[in-house]
Design a binder for this molecule. Structure first.
Ligand code: NCD
Length: 309
């Protein structure tokens, strides 16, 4: 029986190395079946509920694709205005209701900690697809899967994390995973959008070499991977402040020309203006391959937590 059967996936720092390895290996197995044109029926007769109380393109669609690719069925709330949350229903009541319809729940919600709250309300597995400014563990898993595929290893790399490190949940979850494998992290952000100190402290306790650098070009000269993020406009109370910070870091071909040879450029997407369109043609531009890797990783997660791997 899978060590993940019946478990919730709430935070990357709660995953053990054994669980991480199992997820990545299962994803690689599913991906090779799909590549060879095979079909899978692991999730036959099971139903996934995707509950998205915040906008999403990739996360929701790749979870739903993953479920379909495994022969399962999907029910969804893609727009919170159409659900009873709009009538004032509590998250716990919504979850207990959906538990009566589905076998596994994927939830995205604007409140940090909401995925934990949701998971406590039900006994079926709950997967966090983003809880406000908290975490986005399944994105971090597809990110490490991408780095492993693109660089051939997850260890001993220098990774620059750039952009909105305060509000960006993807970099929170990813940094915990990277810190475990002897990677060097360079944090690049405007002063007011620095990585939360409690996360930096936790990374250093894990033994990670974490440095702060204000100049993205300087960071890229030393990095094997640059992971760019969007300034999270929806988290700003002051839109003038957002406009001031937007465009603080933009990766273009001239920066890549001076960067370390073989650098790969990642981004969880959506991109606003952090990566110039010209970069898309570069061999190291990995962000659309990264988005595609969401399908095998989410197939693995769905199958493992339901014991259908
Ligand atoms: C990210 C998110 O929702 O946190 N998107 C995603 O899931 N790929 C990043 C973002 O919105 O900037």
């Amino acid at each position: 029986m899978s060590i993940l059967k019946g478990k919730d996936i709430l935070r990357s720092d709660l995953l053990t190395n054994e669980e991480l390895e199992l997820i990545v290996c299962t994803a690689a197995r599913f991906e090779s079946v799909l590549r060879s044109g095979g079909s899978l029926h692991n999730m036959a007769n099971l139903i996934l509920a995707t509950l998205f109380f915040e906008p999403s393109t990739r996360t929701r669609l790749s979870f739903e694709t993953a479920m379909h690719r495994l022969g399962g069925q999907v029910i969804t709330v893609a727009d919170p205005k159409t659900s009873s949350a709009a009538k004032g229903e509590s998250l716990a009541d919504s979850m207990r209701t959906v538990e009566g319809y589905a076998d596994v729940i994927v939830i995205r919600h604007p409140q940090k900690g909401s995925a934990e709250e949701a998971a406590q309300a039900v006994s079926i597995p709950v997967i966090n697809a983003g809880d406000g400014t908290g975490q986005h563990p399944t994105q971090a898993l597809l990110d490490v899967y991408t780095i492993q595929k693109e660089k051939g290893s997850l260890e001993g790399l220098t990774v620059a994390l750039a952009g909105d490190l305060k509000n960006g949940r993807t970099v929170h979850s990813l940094s915990y995973l990277l810190a475990r494998f002897g990677n060097r992290l360079i944090l690049v952000s405007p002063r007011s959008l620095e990585m939360p100190p409690e996360i930096v402290d936790a990374l250093r306790r894990e033994g990670a070499d974490v440095t702060v650098e204000s100049d993205l070009a300087v960071a890229m000269r030393q990095s094997d991977v640059v992971y760019v993020t969007r300034i999270q406009r929806e988290r700003f109370e002051d839109q003038d402040e957002y406009r001031r910070l937007k465009g603080a870091y933009v990766v273009d071909m001239s920066m890549i020309g001076q960067a370390k040879t073989g650098i790969i450029i990642m981004h969880p997407l959506p991109r606003v203006d952090e990566i110039a369109i010209e970069v898309d043609q570069h061999a190291g531009a990995a962000y659309f391959r990264q988005a595609a890797n969401g399908v095998p990783i989410r197939m693995a997660l769905l199958a493992l937590v339901t014991g259908r791997e």
